[in-house]
Ligand binder design. Structure first.
Ligand SMILES: Nc1ncnc2c1ncn2[C@@H]1O[C@H](COP(=O)(O)OP(=O)(O)OP(=O)(O)O)[C@@H](O)[C@H]1O
Length: 601
């Protein structure tokens, strides 16, 4: 056996404990291990072999190579656990001079058999290890719980508890463990360090010590395929079984989930142009969510901003409240307003404030109501589900559009989604009731008046937010963001022009962006003023045109009434019909003629 051999802590522990057990039972060995020394596997075995023939003590010498950590961790493990220590110390205290020469040959045989088993049948080795572990556990008051990397039913899915423990240990192990593994790197963030294989750390909970170790084991995927799987092992004294299995484990899982949410790279999922692969059972395609919008950069009136932020933060912390009142922990937002007023930007700011993922649901890519439900149920907690421009992607009359004669089905498909209004109402209600964990659904539209009242009623869309044209306060936020200007003499003129025009924040923002190297804050403001003046002129001419159209319409109506009155009075007179009915009609038409005539002039 060489120092570079692949030796796991378990196999080494098993081998050594086996020797000790044999010694204990046969009382033939007198072996001394110095617990603080670091050794290599080779040197340990060599020392055992050579010195056991002549000496009563096997010294372990310090050599730094790959097996050192494993053995030193073994020694630490043995020395930290009293009963195991005892087990080892017992044979050392035995009388000197006992015949134990057979120990050398026994170890040599064990090594040989062990090597053969390791090389030719790893499963038999695992069996042997398990058997020896069983034997040892009779003396061991310590309980071990193993958390495998993959859940037993799906090898492709990481077990949730494994992931939570991994994050918990990443946070705690980097301070104490000596062998660390750089797990993943997030842009602009610190390196995440976790425990490496065969490393062990100690954790303390309510004054009780527990030990976590990280190991790898071989799992059989099929007859010819094996895979290496990591697992975490938690060891603790059996006297603390209840405390650890209930309270401590819950604490680890909660902390782990909180850490993973804090450290994760948030995702933007979309179902647009999705392709389903065998290895990707979901129709959501993920991408990293890196939108920079925040409530600070959002051009909105401060009171609206504050109201939205308060609402979101209260919602995100209201788990217990929703439980108490028996309502699913969900909230619906309806954002409406003209194009370019910041609906999409507000959604990004909301996701960044709450640290949620975003699911961008494209209704026109959804095959039908069943698929819609499935997609919504696949969303994870702490997410915002967005349906943009809902009026464009859904037939909101409640009826499916009929295929007109001669119109190809294909063309129909492109127009609106196959999802019906009732389908979306049911899906939203289903989502609300079937999923645990918080979710926000946001609908956006440019034409709120087109939406069915059932879709936007409170309970489905709890908060309605109107995003309107750029106010002067919103402009000041944009000027600060884009030009770093908080006040300027041109602000007064801009304020007047914004009040007289309907300019979206998108248009204002576009004119505040420097377009060349010569552009500076003032030149951008001047450009904005000239654009706003043009917009004012256009608005005025439109207004004039609209006024003229109204006037013309009114005139046309009046003259047609006049004509009708004239006509009927002439008719009555010509007929010479003096019956009471015609006489009354004549009088009423005459009155109408008298009333209308002055305005006609
Ligand atoms: N309120 C705002 N605050 C900051 N930037 C804004 C705001 N509104 C618009 N913008 C800017 O204008 C661009 C377009 O805005 P956004 O896409 O959010 O508008 P929208 O209302 O979603 O438009 P549409 O209805 O056409 O989808 C954004 O990239 C953003 O830079």
């Amino acid at each position: 056996m060489t120092s570079s051999d692949d030796v796991t802590l378990t196999s080494l522990l098993t081998k050594t404990v086996d020797v000790m057990l044999t010694s204990l039972l046969t009382k033939t060995a007198d072996v001394m291990l110095t617990s603080s020394d670091d050794v290599t596997l080779t040197s340990l075995m060599t020392s055992l072999l050579t010195q056991s023939l002549t000496c009563r003590t096997v010294s372990i010498v310090d050599q730094s190579d790959c097996a050192t950590c494993q053995i030193s961790s073994l020694i630490r493990k043995l020395s930290e656990r009293e009963p195991m220590n005892k087990l080892m110390l017992e044979p050392w205290k035995m009388k000197k001079g006992r015949p134990w020469k057979s120990l050398g040959s026994m170890i040599a045989t064990l090594m040989f058999v062990g090597r053969m088993v390791h090389r030719y049948n790893p499963y038999f080795r695992q069996l042997l290890v398990r058997y020896i572990q069983k034997l040892v556990s009779g003396f061991d008051p310590y309980i071990q719980i193993t958390f495998d990397e993959h859940s037993s039913d799906a090898l492709s899915d990481h077990s949730n508890s494994f992931i939570a423990i991994k994050h918990y240990l990443e946070e705690n192990s980097s301070r104490t463990a000596k062998k660390l593994k750089a797990d993943s790197i997030r842009e602009g963030q610190a390196l995440l360090l976790g425990m490496d294989d065969d490393e062990e750390i100690t954790d303390e909970y309510q004054g009780v010590k527990v030990w976590w170790s990280c190991n790898s084991k071989v799992v059989q995927l099929s007859k010819s395929q094996h895979d290496k799987q990591r697992c975490y092992t938690l060891s603790f004294h059996r006297r603390y079984r209840d405390l650890i299995t209930k309270s401590y484990m819950q604490h680890v899982l909660n902390e782990g989930i909180a850490i993973s949410l804090k450290n994760r790279q948030r995702k933007l999922y979309t179902n647009k142009n999705q392709m389903t692969y065998a290895y990707r059972p979901t129709k959501w395609a993920p991408a990293d969510f890196k939108h920079p919008a925040t409530f600070d950069t959002l051009a909105l009136k401060p009171e609206i901003k504050k109201d939205i932020m308060d609402d979101l933060l209260t919602f995100s912390k209201a788990k217990d409240y929703y439980m108490k009142v028996g309502k699913p922990w969900k909230r619906g937002y309806l954002l409406y307003g003209p194009p370019g007023t910041g609906k999409s930007t507000l959604i990004a700011a909301m996701a960044n404030l709450l640290q949620y993922d975003v699911y961008d649901l494209e209704l026109t890519s959804v095959a039908g109501n069943t698929e819609l439900k499935k997609l919504l149920l696949e969303t994870t907690e702490k997410s915002i589900i967005v349906i943009e421009d809902i009026d464009c992607s859904l037939d909101l009359t409640g009826k499916r559009e009929k295929v007109k004669a001669g119109e190809k089905k294909e063309t129909m498909k492109q127009k609106t989604s196959q999802v019906t209004l009732s389908g979306i109402l049911n899906a939203i209600d289903g989502l609300w009731s079937s999923c645990a964990g918080e979710r926000i659904i946001v609908l956006t539209t440019n034409y709120v008046e087109k939406l069915d009242p059932a879709l936007i009623r409170r309970g489905r869309m709890d908060k309605h937010i109107e995003l309107s044209y750029c106010s002067f306060e919103a402009f000041k936020v944009l000027a600060k963001n884009y030009l770093d200007i908080e006040s300027h003499e041109l602000f007064g003129r801009i304020e007047e022009l914004l009040a007289e025009t309907s300019t979206s924040p998108a248009d204002v923002a576009e004119n505040l962006i420097p377009k060349s190297a010569e552009d500076n804050g003032e030149s951008c403001l001047i450009r904005l003023i000239s654009v706003l003046e043009d917009a004012k002129e256009v608005a005025m001419s439109r207004k004039l045109k609209a006024q003229n159209t109204v006037k013309k319409k009114k005139k046309a109506e009046e003259s047609s009434t006049l004509e009708a009155a004239k006509e009927s009075s002439t008719l009555v007179a010509a007929k010479g019909d003096y019956s009471i009915r015609y006489y009354l009609k004549y009088v009423s038409n005459y009155i109408a003629y008298i009333l209308v005539r002055p305005s006609a002039n």
